[in-house]
Design a protein. Sequence first.
Length: 219
Amino acid sequence: MNLELYVITDEGIAKGRTHAEIARLACDGGADAIQLRDKYCSSENLCSIGREIRAITRRTGTVFIVNDRLDIALACGADGVHLGQDDLKVDLARQKAPRPFIIGVSVGNSGEAVAAERGGADYVAVSPVFATVSKIDAGPGRGLAMIKQIKSVVSIPVIAIGGINCDNVEEVIASGADGVAVISVVVGQPDITAASRDLKKRITAAKQSRTRLKAINPD
């Protein structure tokens, strides 16, 4: 399960492009995962959109996640669902969707991360790392120290989300994040494919640098 570049769809900032178009363009740029996120779409329409994105991501081998809605994720054949702290509890979701179905959980501290892993989560997303305008209820940034803290107490991948851009992605990866989830730095750009490709290159380079530094200073 590769979640290095995890792109979340948002039609509100996508310059007229649909969720499916966002997904296609991001996949073309090397996105490893696409999350369908729409708080206002009807269930019927969301499922239809999900099936479009499923077809796109199946062709590219990209992980496809649906935000919040386990029912929609299962109905459209997605690879997984992403849950917030106020959504369906991860242990109940796991009962309804056994592995290899992927379950991710948003967390804000190490206690929530440990609970998510124990409940059956496959990854956790530290949210938000930095202050962000893409999600108005995200709250204040947790900072890079929180990534390090959570990495020290869980064995599942830790994804960073919130305010991540080309200027800070290297330090986010250096702090231990296994990947980054982004919206505006990709979806809000004129060329989604180019933005995805550029960010993916930066993530890859940062991971290579982190590996070299770890080899030199294993402690």
